[in-house]
Design a binder for this molecule. Structure first.
Ligand code: MRU
Length: 363
């Protein structure tokens, strides 16, 4: 997608070097950063300079390639694999990408490994772009159908949580891909952007992306969604996912579950955009998913831009108060209207996902 008219991906390779946009500085500064070695890749994932399930997967794949450029031995492959796998626990794309890289690389001649790794990481990145564009096209039909039922050509109001846009993936995004497609198709869309405390991925990242593409939106506090739904101001919810289990339960950014409950109570369709590398076929119940516990200071403090343009962190809570910071929650399948995958829209259920498994096995 574009920043100031220039096309970018959220991670890219040029002349064998890997570059990212440091997302901790957005929306106030667009800083391009090189991932020069394994340590910088690990820091980028842990500190959330890159984040979002698909982008975490693609970054880890490039990270393995960078590590093998330094040292292509079996021992270093195993060491880098383990180090990258332990960066963040919830988004399953991390494990998916690393296992795919590992099985592709283990049988290769050590002398070829670095170049094979770089080209496999590039394939993962390219496939992510194609998957998300397909999700966008399928999700567009949901928006189109809601738009056709609206009176006076009023906009379709879509609520989203966290950031599942192009910078959470390599390009296009998952939950935002249908919105970009609808905008391109000339449909009138308006987005309610949940701020998404504690790290404010909605207020900082989703709002920045949508603004850059001229898509009308308002940032709302995390507690406003239910109220807007009751007043008829939300037509549709679309969110992303960090891990979806074989029964269709969806783990996503903390707060997603409450939005799904409110949507159900107000008969508002609640869709999850799901690239298939985000499916964890080994788990049958969302409550089995490990939930990342992050630092207390993400809750007790907040980052922002001061009037002089500097980036500042300020305390919100009494110094004596502790905080708990579960980064994700699980939305049970029965609250979900459908999963928008690259193969089409399916039921959030064992049988819905089984159809996808069959489609994947034909590849
Ligand atoms: O903690 P984050 O910012 O990595 O969490 C991101 C989300 O929860 C996204 O909604 C999810 O990864 C889907 S991204 C396409």
């Amino acid at each position: 997608m574009k920043i100031d008219g220039k096309s970018y991906r959220s991670i890219w390779e040029k002349d064998g070097r890997i570059w990212i946009i440091d997302q901790t500085l957005l929306p106030h500064e667009v800083q391009i950063k090189e991932l020069a070695d394994l340590t910088s890749v690990i820091t980028a994932i842990c500190d959330m300079q890159v984040r979002g399930a698909p982008l975490i997967g693609a970054t880890a794949a490039y990270g393995l390639a960078i590590a093998l450029k330094e040292n292509p031995s079996d021992a270093n492959l195993e060491k880098a694999f383990k180090a990258l796998l332990s960066t963040r626990p919830t988004a399953v794309n991390l494990r998916w990408a690393l296992e795919r890289m590992h099985s592709h690389l283990i049988g290769q001649l050590v002398s070829n490994r670095a170049s094979v790794a770089m080209s496999e990481a590039a394939s993962i990145a390219d496939e992510d772009v194609a998957i998300n564009e397909a999700i966008g096209n399928h999700g567009l039909e949901v928006i189109r159908s809601i738009a056709s039922g609206k009176k006076n050509n009023s906009p379709v109001n879509i609520l989203t949580h966290c950031n599942a846009g192009w910078i959470a993936t390599v390009d296009w995004g998952t939950a935002l891909a249908p919105i970009y497609k609808a905008h391109e198709a000339g449909l009138d869309v308006h987005v309610w952007v949940d701020e998404t405390r504690p790290r404010n991925q909605g207020a900082a990242l989703t709002a920045w992306e949508l603004g850059a593409h001229g898509i009308p939106h308002h940032v709302i506090v995390d507690n406003a969604g239910g109220h807007l739904m009751q007043r008829g101001l939300v037509d549709l919810c679309i969110v992303g996912t960090d891990r979806t289990t074989a029964n269709g339960d969806v783990c996503n950014k903390i707060g997603t579950y409450l939005k799904a409950l409110a949507a159900k109570d107000n008969q508002i369709p609640f869709y999850v955009a799901l690239p298939t590398p985000t499916i964890d076929w080994t788990l049958e119940d969302g409550l089995q998913i490990p939930i990342e516990q992050r630092a207390e200071d993400e809750v007790t403090h907040i980052w922002g831009q001061a009037n002089d343009g500097s980036r500042q962190k300020v305390r919100l809570t009494p110094t004596s108060s502790h905080a708990r910071n579960d980064a994700f929650d699980v939305t049970p399948a029965h609250l979900i209207s459908g999963l928008i995958t690259e193969f089409g829209i399916i039921d959030a259920s064992y049988s819905g996902l089984e159809g996808i498994r069959e489609a994947l096995s034909k590849y």
